[in-house]
Design a protein around this ligand. Structure first.
Ligand code: ADP
Ligand code: ZN
Length: 733
């Protein structure tokens, strides 16, 4: 039973905003008229403001009785369940994030306490005429893009980028209807029928997952299978079982552009679309989804990492698809890894977790190897589809003209696909035209004024862009350093520049460039991907967004322009990342099975162990070798690590603070942890703030967080200096 507090009783309310140095963020208030209970969403006064909070328990009595203020009101929302409160608390402790910041992640729905009410929404009501103005067409497309969700006038005009009169005109013409709808429509029921006939390994894997879900309780399974082996089909069986048991399922996808295909599959199989949670969703949709999830009336949610913080009533299953994907790690505000947090939440609420990937993270591979996770393998591709053949092109033997990046063997392969009416993908993980703009007179490279980073030329924009802070400036005519005019030159390739070479060499081919910065919205990107999948391009040039799960049936050749790119630098995950990325990209080829795919990797070091294991295909050997290296170095997952990033406007101050912290490392040494640094971060300045890193290493048995808290607690940072703690850091920028 949750505790109930009578009017006037002292309660502790967790606020959604961190308060100065109040570490817990829980403040004492009096229960309002009518009382309140633990978990209630409430509005409380704070100085002159009103703030959202959650009743966290009895007050701790730390605040003067006479100055105690009352909770303003209890909001009309389902109280937060004990399971979610515990999850937020443990996630905050683990990631060393202030609890209010965690609560904010769990309350990202506008007006969550307001009563339902009515509002005006727009629907298709009549046949769509063949001839429409552009603006009208955009409205219809936008409406379809919302996939049947209720859409308000503001949302529609935003999505279609038109004025209200265009929408009203369509209503007058009888194409759209304007209706009063309840604010929070329930989601259509999903019926877990219409299953696919599974084959071979798929049957065994699905049975195991279904059994685990049916039994209830916590467990994590690593579902490993090459792209196209049917992982999605298999975990949808687990989802179906979860729904049959009356529990909710959450499917996390790393990229919202991926959801389109997935939603269609769910609809085909369960008779309706699941609820969709992501940053591109409208406010109305967010609120509706949050409400419905909390009432148990959204059975299945598909979403980005933040969906993990939704108020599920009865969560039975969490799927983390492409679990190795780096976008699951949030590295701003709260630093957390959604994959790890999914496991934490499931262990608290007694749910199953499925981690699906063709190229698991080393962490998950080791967890399965050591028996903490169950492992299920799907051996082959579905049907007759085979994995692509992989070959290296030794670039040391190729004679490329200057500013050319496609070797003759690769060009010949592209030519052959074009002749056969098949698609080729050229992969280059570099956005923009050229990574460096150099002065040929003095050697100066154009950098960002606010960051320690070179600026990248983007020809489509006609400007230089800083990939750290987003600042832009025109490409200078005169060198900013030596003043010589007309000697500034682009150096190295980005996808836009590669496109020039492709256009020159294959003038007949229809080109498509897929790079996140070239699309205004996720929807635009999604549409372009669908077009390409339907055969709307012959040669696709893409950055890493093409590596993620998209299905291009006509694609039979993948050419990696620079397979060595990711191997440079000192990141301990360089090998793992390159291996994953190359295998994922190669996996795009030959998915349909009519023709075997081919992947060609241009490399200057074909004998490099990582390149050899990518080509060789003995994945287990790769993971074993990688695990052995990490074990020997005592780094994750065989040791613990935490990164501390200090940043501030005054470089000396940041270093002094870091040095002082390093001198006081007693609390860390007492638990056997080692402190390295301070050292300038690889990107030593972002947005005008100087960045300094410290790194803490300890063995696996050590619980680092309390020691870090004690250590940092010794020394108050100066007012304008930020201290960010990154437990289990994934990147070291
Ligand atoms: P993955 O998630 O491992 O990439 P998918 O589940 O997307 O694989 O399967 C790849 C393709 O093969 C999909 O188009 C899927 O519908 C199809 N497929 C997989 N298994 C079956 C099956 N048993 N029966 C029919 N189609 C299947
Ligand atoms: Zn910048």
């Amino acid at each position: 039973m949750e505790r109930v507090f009578a009017e006037g009783e002292r309660v502790g309310v967790l606020l959604t905003e961190p308060l100065g140095r109040a570490l817990t963020g829980v403040l004492d208030y009096r229960a309002p008229e009518g009382g309140c209970g633990t978990g209630d969403f409430v509005e409380v006064p704070l100085g002159p403001r009103r703030m959202l909070g959650v009743v966290w328990g009895p007050g701790d009595g730390s605040f003067d009785e006479n100055r105690l203020r009352s909770v303003t009101r209890v909001l009309d929302a389902r109280p937060m369940r004990a399971e979610l409160r515990q999850f937020l608390t443990r996630a905050a402790d683990y990631t060393m994030t202030p609890l209010p910041a965690m609560l904010r992640l769990a309350t990202r729905a506008p007006g969550l306490g307001e009563p339902p009410g009515q509002r005006r929404v727009y629907r298709l009501s009549g046949p769509v005429p063949n001839r429409l103005t552009d603006a009208r067409l955009r409205v219809i497309e936008a409406l379809r893009g919302f996939g049947g969700a209720a859409v308000t006038l503001g949302e529609l005009t935003d999505a279609a980028d038109c004025s209200a009169s265009v929408v009203k005109g369509l209503v007058t013409a009888g194409v759209l209807a304007e209706v009063e709808a309840p604010r929070d429509l329930p989601y259509p029921d999903l019926t877990p029928t219409g299953s696919t006939t599974l084959l071979g390994d798929q049957v065994t894997a699905a049975q195991a997952l279904v059994k685990a879900v049916a039994q209830g309780g916590y467990g994590t399974t690593l579902l490993k299978g090459v792209t196209g082996s049917g992982k999605t089909e298999v975990y949808l069986e687990a989802v179906a079982e979860c729904l049959r048991n009356g529990r909710q399922a959450l499917v996390l996808l790393p990229e919202i552009a991926l959801t389109a295909e997935f939603l269609t599959r769910v609809e085909a199989r369960f008779g309706a679309r699941p609820a969709e949670w992501h940053s591109g969703a409208t406010q109305t949709e967010r609120r509706r989804l949050w409400k419905m999830v909390s009432e148990g009336r959204a059975q299945m949610v598909v979403g980005a990492r933040s969906a993990l913080f939704l108020p599920f009533q009865q969560l039975g299953l969490i799927v983390v698809d492409e679990e190795h994907d780096t976008s699951y790690k949030q590295e701003e505000g709260a630093f957390y890894n959604a994959r790890d947090m999914a496991v934490l939440r499931a262990s608290i609420c007694g749910a199953q977790v499925v981690l699906a990937s063709a190229t698991p993270s080393l962490e998950s591979w080791v967890n399965a190897d050591q028996g903490r996770y169950t492992r299920l393998d799907l051996g082959a591709r579905y049907g007759s589809a085979e994995l692509p053949e992989m070959r290296a092109i030794d670039m040391r033997a190729e004679r490329l003209a200057s500013n050319r990046w496609i070797s003759d063997p690769l060009a010949a392969a592209v030519q052959a696909r074009q002749a056969a009416g098949e698609q080729s993908l050229l992969f280059l993980n570099r956005r923009g035209y050229a990574p460096v703009t150099l002065c040929r007179a003095c050697g100066e490279q154009v950098g960002c004024d606010a960051c320690d980073a070179r600026m990248v030329e983007h020809r489509f924009l006609g400007r230089l862009v800083c990939h750290q802070c987003g600042a832009t400036k025109p490409v200078p005519v005169a060198c900013p350093s030596c003043g010589v005019e007309g000697r500034m030159a682009p150096v190295g390739p980005g996808v836009e520049r590669l496109a020039e070479e492709v256009a020159e060499r294959f003038p007949e081919a229809r080109l498509a460039i897929l790079s996140s910065d070239l699309f205004g919205s996720a929807r635009a990107l999604k549409e372009r991907i669908e077009e390409i999948a339907a055969g709307g391009a012959d040669i696709i040039i893409g950055t890493q967004i093409v590596a993620k799960g998209h299905n291009f049936p006509l694609l039979t050749l993948v050419g990696v322009i620079d397979a060595d790119l990711g191997l440079q630098g000192s990141d301990m995950r360089a090998a793992e990342r390159t291996f994953q990325l190359m295998r994922q990209v190669a996996g795009r080829a030959g998915r349909t099975g009519e023709r075997r795919g081919l992947a060609l990797l241009q490399t200057c070091q074909p004998e490099h162990p990582v390149i050899r294991s990518i080509l060789g295909g003995d994945e287990e050997a790769f993971w074993k070798a990688e695990a052995a290296e990490r074990r020997a170095a005592g780094v994750p997952p065989f040791g613990r690590m935490a990164g501390i990033i200090l940043s501030g406007p005054d470089v000396a101050q940041v270093f002094d603070y870091g040095a002082e912290l390093a001198r006081r490392d007693g609390p860390l040494r007492r638990v056997g942890a080692m402190l390295y640094g301070p050292a300038p971060a690889p990107i030593a300045r972002i947005r005008g703030r100087h960045r300094v890193r410290l790194l803490i290493k300890a063995d696996r048995q050590t619980t680092l967080q309390p020691a870090i808290a004690e250590w940092l607690g010794q020394l108050r940072p100066p007012a304008n200096l930020r201290v960010a703690v990154d437990i289990d850091p994934q990147s070291f920028f």
